[in-house]
Design a binder for this molecule. Structure first.
Ligand code: AMP
Ligand code: MG
Length: 551
């Protein structure tokens, strides 16, 4: 019987079943036949096969494109199944306590595996993950099939887990025998995974059963480092699933950690500038955001956010033209830990930390007097972050140096410091080279500027940045001031200051934006064609207005 099923090579159509008794019987027959059935559970949809049939389980990996070293969870219908079927050689006391407290429900317990567990299920580990789900259709299918069901989430590997039958169909149509439609899942994120096979029990994946709730039952538990952090290259994953990119839509996800208003202002500036981004935000913020939004639900309702998360990640790709989605970073407390864990992986660990500061960008063409203005602002009490200083720090970082060498050949001195004049010569040699140089250095320079701003003791911080716009640092600025003066005055200053020939200065000036650009992209212009006293008075007036809330 089973052998016959496995000779089927192509599944023409996936059966769309309901959770009626008759359909559960049909699905159970598919399972007994070595086939694959997507089933609703209270967490997410699972892709189920007979857990004791290695060949059937192997097909799950194929349908999902799942790496073979990522083990599956075994789903049972009754706690007595563990000992009755010898799924483990001995059931630890802590597992018993956890099962009593949280089963049926969204908690998976890892323990030493019994001999009946095929290697395909445990991916070669000596442990097995077991869960007793509460969803009636899942339990009915397990009971009717007469065997435990190995089931990972029913998505294509790497994509967000499915929380509706439609999500499953989008990924799995034609690849699996059947899907049981049980409506939208209640919990929305996968089960909490805890191992009791270690001395101190350890949470390998957070879910809506929280660390706090677990500790109330069995005492202290650890949280695996991979739950909240990116693993180093040489670090071994306690839960193999944690090392893979996960939950990602096509659009690039970036987490933004910041106060509420700073988040919405930031997203609005990004949208006005780039036009190709969306916001994944809380319901309360939707009306304040000009970019397309995907709401996670109410700010203080973490369970609602968990329920909405995967649908929201899938929804991002249905908005036309979206290349980047800025997601407001959740807390890591309570259920927040589960949200953070999924989002940080969807974002491939890319996080922007917005400093809790008012940032004023200061730019303008070279020689216009930006540095003088920065000095006056510093004396008026603002903190100043110098882009040039950040740039010097950036190019001494090993990663940046490696990227520069990969792009331009060996550009290091004998002592491994960067040969800056060589890089300058290469970069100014062609537009293409300059663009390449900027694409390597600018993102890191801006990151360093944000770190420096966070470290300032002042609440108002000036970004002194000649290339504010080229580096895309303008999206981090609450206000932008540009300093302008006539071409003749700038030429004179630069020839004197930098000891350059007029032609060299003119060449550099021609590579920059013209006055019109600065006027169009700044909140205020400071005209520096008069006396030093006039400049002081003008800066004082502008700064006063920008900081007393009138502008
Ligand atoms: P999924 O079913 O797709 O939600 O993935 C199951 C998760 O449980 C993955 O992150 C696995 O790596 C993890 N897992 C399953 N079995 C084990 C085990 N024996 N040891 C450690 N992690 C496991
Ligand atoms: Mg999964």
């Amino acid at each position: 019987m089973g052998g016959q099923a496995r000779t089927r090579i192509v599944i023409m159509n996936t059966l769309h079943l309901t959770d009626s008794q008759q359909d559960i019987k049909t699905a159970a027959a598919v399972i007994r036949d070595g086939g694959l059935v997507a089933m609703p559970t209270e967490t997410v949809y699972g892709l189920a096969a007979n857990a004791l049939d290695g060949a059937a389980v192997a097909r799950i990996f194929k349908a999902k494109g799942r790496p073979m070293d990522n083990p599956l969870i075994v789903h049972i219908a009754d706690i007595s199944d563990i000992e009755r079927l010898s799924l483990t050689a001995d059931l630890p006391e802590k597992a018993r306590l956890l099962a009593k407290a949280f089963w049926p429900g969204p908690l998976t317990i890892i323990m030493k595996k019994g001999a009946v567990i095929p290697d395909e299920v445990s991916a070669g580990l000596d442990t097995v993950a077991i869960r007793l789900p509460s969803h009636p259709a899942a339990r009915a299918l397990i009971t009717e099939s007469g065997c435990p069901l190995a089931a990972p989430s029913a998505n294509t590997s790497g994509k967000p887990s499915p929380t509706t039958a439609q999500h499953v169909i989008d990924d799995m149509e034609g690849k699996i025998e059947a899907v049981i439609d049980g409506g939208a899942c209640d919990v929305g994120v996968e089960s909490t995974v805890i191992t009791v096979a270690t001395d101190t029990p350890r949470i390998l994946r957070p879910g809506i059963v929280t660390r706090e709730e677990i500790e109330a039952v069995i005492g202290a538990v650890e949280v695996d480092r991979a739950v909240l952090n990116k693993l180093e290259n040489n670090e071994k994953a306690a839960s193999p699933g944690m090392k893979y990119k996960h939950y990602a839509p096509r659009a690039k996800v970036i987490l933004v950690r910041s106060a509420d208003k700073r988040y919405t202002d930031f997203v609005n500036r990004c949208y006005r500038r780039d036009g190709n981004c969306a916001a994944m935000c809380y319901a309360e913020d939707v009306d304040r955001i000009v970019a397309p939004t995907v709401s996670l639900g109410s700010k203080n309702d973490l369970k609602q956010q968990a329920q909405a998360l995967f649908d929201a990640l899938r929804a991002v790709d249905t908005i036309e033209g979206v290349e980047t989605v800025y997601a407001h970073c959740p807390t890591t407390q309570g259920v927040g830990m589960a949200l953070y864990n999924r989002l940080i992986r969807a974002a491939a660990f890319q996080v922007i930390d917005l400093p809790d500061k008012t940032i004023i960008g200061l730019s303008g063409p070279t020689g216009a007097g930006k540095s003088e203005v920065a000095e006056i602002l510093r004396n008026l009490g603002a903190g100043v972050v110098y882009a040039d200083l950040a740039a010097r720090k950036a190019v001494e970082e090993p990663e940046v140096k490696a990227a520069l060498c990969a792009a331009f050949g060996n550009v290091l001195n004998a002592d491994h410091s960067l040969n800056r004049s060589l890089v300058a010569r290469i970069a100014f040699g062609s537009k293409k080279n300059l663009k390449l140089l900027n694409s390597i250095t600018h993102p890191r320079i801006v990151e360093i500027m944000l770190e420096m701003a966070a470290d300032c003791k002042e609440d108002i911080v000036i970004f002194d940045a000649p290339q504010l716009f080229e580096a895309r640092a303008d999206v981090f600025c609450d206000k932008i001031i540009s300093v302008l003066s006539t071409r003749e005055k700038r030429l004179d200053r630069l020839v004197r200051r930098d000891n350059l020939r007029r032609e060299e200065v003119e060449l550099r000036m021609s590579a920059q934006y013209d006055d019109r650009f600065f006027i169009d992209h700044s909140d205020r212009i400071i005209d520096n064609n008069g006396t030093v006293e006039e400049l002081h008075a003008c800066v004082k007036e502008v700064y006063g207005r920008l900081t007393d809330g009138t502008e």
